[in-house]
Each structure stands twice: as structure tokens, then as C-alpha cells.
Write a protein that binds this ligand. Structure first.
Ligand code: ATP
Ligand code: LTN
Length: 329
């Protein structure tokens, strides 16, 4: 039986957060049994911000180690580095010519990131969703597991695919988003009304995957809550506590109601400590494995070389079809 195809990726910007893990990477592992999975390191997307070349190289390999440490198994899933499969950049150019400036101007991520990096509003930042569409459409992906913030980029991917298919006949599979029910949008611990972000400038707002246990505990203890002192899910009035319930629920597999029940009659102090402990325990094996893997560059190389070869085989087919349909000799 043909398995459905999955494609997803994370930018190699370093210091991933608990949001990246719970919203995206931790779900990828669960999907590898039932789907044909392709997990990419989106290092071309990372060029939309200025990087030190050595840092970008290290971040790329570190992210590969993190995928493996998080349980992505190269025997079950194809893991590769975006820049090593040139078809991504090639299809990106073609799709750029089938994407309107008007639709790109509506992207909220572009607006947010332009505001954050006012000194470097480059064209790559503007056409970022087109490269993402190329990533997805090259593999004829059925499903794209991402966090809530990527929903708009999936919609534009579908619009581009549909436009192309209408012009040239069935070429691209219509991909669907696969956005988790819980933890699709983990919020900042200090500002629980904005998403937890790697680039947050607020101290103690984000939990990083390489934070030491005592740092994790201290960040959770400082997390902003409210004065009710009742563990109750209510994003409107209690965004801080609701965020902690989501984190605890995502890791323990419990529903919001179950978490509320477990902490009935207990105060925020106990609850925060329990959330911190479950995060520390969830990350502990990942951190240990990660340290082992980053010290084994030969092994990492073997994974990404094989990954790129397999990815190329799939990507080539789609690109050839596209070139032929649009009339490139
Ligand atoms: P930045 O925080 O700097 O804007 P980012 O973390 O959103 O960057 P990526 O590294 O490309 O950018 O995101 C990787 C994946 O993590 C995506 O699927 C994204 O939806 C998901 N993700 C990012 N932040 C969160 C969050 N706070 N909660 C849940 N999922 C998230
Ligand atoms: N833009 C994505 C990262 C990304 C991606 C993709 C995700 C690049 N290409 C293809 C899914 C499919 C983000 O999460 N910020």
C-alpha cells in the first residue's frame, strides 16, 4: 500500500525552543511509522537573516543531531539538508513567477519579521513562502506537520499549486497542514500573549532545548501567571496558566480537564514545579543523545549524504515534469 507522504522542516537558526519541539519536531517522530516521511533542515530559509558562515554551518549540523536525538530514525525517515538538493532552489525560481506580489504582501510572518529586522528587509524574506512551497510540492507531500504560525504559508502553497495545476494540468499534489491539537502555539513564559520564539528579547521568556535543568526550573518558577491561584484552562483570562497546562498536557498526554483535576486544590507553586519537572525529564534523554551525536561528525555526514541522494531522486521527478510542462528546453 502506498503510504501518504510527509514533508517538514525547521530553519537552522540555532537554539531551538520548547515551542519548536512540542509544536513540530516531537510530532514528527510519531508519524514515521505510518507515513513516508521527509524531514529537512531549512538552511536556505535561514539566509533571510544575516548569519556568520561558521555559525550557520554548525547550526545546520547541530539541528541534524537534534532531529536524531528527538527520535527521528534515518532508517524510517529521510533526513536531509535543503541546500544539498538544488531542485529546491530551482523550483523556487519557477514558482516565484507564479506567485503574486499582492498575495506575498499579505503574509503576517513577513510583516512581523520586517518589523523585527527593519535594517534587513531583503527580497528573500518577502519570497520566503515560495521557497517553502517549492520544498513541499517537490515531494508531492500529502501532509505538512507544522505549528499554527505556518498555516498561512500552507495556504499560499496550496494556492500556488492550484494555479499551476490549472494552467498545466495535474502536476502537484494538494498538501494539507497537519497542525497538532495541543501545543500548536506555545506562548512565551513572560509574555503569554505572544508565541514562544527563539528570537525573543525578553529574558526567561523561552525555554531552549539545551537549557540545563536548573535553568528550566528557574524559568518556569518565574513564569507569569495571574492572581486566582486555581489551575484552570482559560486562554482569555489566564493565558499564562493555560500555556503551562498546554505544555504539561502535550508532554504527559493528558487533556486540559485531566490536568485541571490533577492540580485541584494545589497552588501555582506546585503546578509550576511539576511542569518544569516534566519538561526536564522529557528533554533529559534528548540532551544526552544530542551531546553524543554532535561529537560524531562522521556519522552525521553519512546521514546527510544518504539523505540528500534519496531526496534528490524524488525531487528530480517533479522538477523534470515542471520544466517540461512550462517549456524549458
Ligand atoms: P522564530 O521564533 O524566530 O520566529 P520559528 O521558531 O517560528 O522562528 P522555525 O524554526 O522555522 O521558525 O519553526 C519551526 C517549527 O516550529 C514550525 O513548524 C513552527 O510552526 C513551529 N513553532 C515555532 N514556534 C512555535 C511555538 N511557539 N509553538 C508551537 N510551534 C512553534
Ligand atoms: N518556514 C518554516 C520552515 C520550513 C518548512 C518548510 C516547514 C521551511 N520549509 C517546508 C514545512 C515545510 C517554519 O517553520 N518557519
Amino acid at each position: 500500500m502506498n503510504k501518504k507522504v510527509i514533508l517538514s522542516g525547521v530553519q537552522s537558526t540555532g537554539n531551538l525552543t520548547l515551542g519548536n519541539y512540542l509544536g513540530a519536531i516531537s510530532n514528527w517522530k510519531k508519524m514515521q511509522e505510518d507515513y513516508e516521511c521527509n524531514y529537512m533542515i531549512a538552511n536556505l530559509h535561514t539566509l533571510t537573516i544575516r548569519n556568520n558562515p561558521e555559525t550557520l554551518r554548525n547550526n545546520t549540523l547541530n539541528l541534524l543531531a537534534l532531529y536524531l536525538a528527538a527520535g527521528i530514525d534515518p532508517k524510517k525517515s529521510n533526513i536531509f539538508i535543503q541546500s544539498q538538493v538544488p531542485e529546491h532552489a530551482e523550483l523556487n525560481w519557477v514558482l516565484n513567477c507564479y506567485t503574486y506580489v499582492g498575495e506575498l504582501s499579505r503574509m503576517t510572518q513577513f510583516k512581523d519579521k520586517s518589523a523585527k529586522h527593519a535594517d534587513n528587509i531583503n527580497s528573500g524574506l518577502f519570497t520566503y513562502p515560495v521557497l517553502m512551497a517549492a520544498d513541499i510540492l517537490l515531494y508531492q507531500a500529502d501532509l505538512v506537520p507544522v505549528g499554527e504560525d505556518q498555516r498561512q504559508h500552507l495556504e499560499i502553497t496550496r494556492d500556488i499549486a492550484e494555479r499551476f495545476n490549472n494552467l498545466y494540468g495535474e502536476t502537484f499534489k494538494m498538501p494539507e497542514g497537519y497542525i497538532p491539537k495541543i501545543a500548536a502555539r506555545i506562548m512565551g513564559l513572560q509574555d503569554p500573549t505572544s508565541k514562544m520564539s527563539k528570537s525573543s528579547s525578553i529574558p526567561n521568556d523561552s525555554i531552549f532545548l539545551n537549557d540545563e535543568p536548573d535553568v528550566i526550573m528557574s524559568k518556569f518558577k518565574k513564569a507569569v501567571t495571574d492572581s486566582e491561584n486555581i489551575v484552570r484552562y482559560d486562554t482569555e483570562n489566564k493565558p499564562g496558566i493555560s500555556n503551562l497546562i498546554s505544555i504539561y498536557g502535550a508532554i504527559s498526554g493528558k487533556t486540559n480537564a485531566e490536568v485541571e483535576k490533577e492540580f485541584e486544590g494545589k497552588g501555582y507553586g506546585d503546578f509550576k514545579k511539576a511542569v518544569a519537572e516534566c519538561v526536564i525529564e522529557e528533554l533529559r534523554p534528548l540532551q544526552t543523545k544530542y551531546k553524543e551525536l554532535v561529537s560524531n561528525p562522521e556519522y552525521l555526514k553519512q546521514i546527510y549524504v544518504e539523505g540528500a541522494n534519496k531526496a534528490k531522486e524524488k525531487a528530480e521527478k517533479t522538477l523534470k515534469d515542471v520544466y517540461s510542462k512550462i517549456g524549458l528546453v
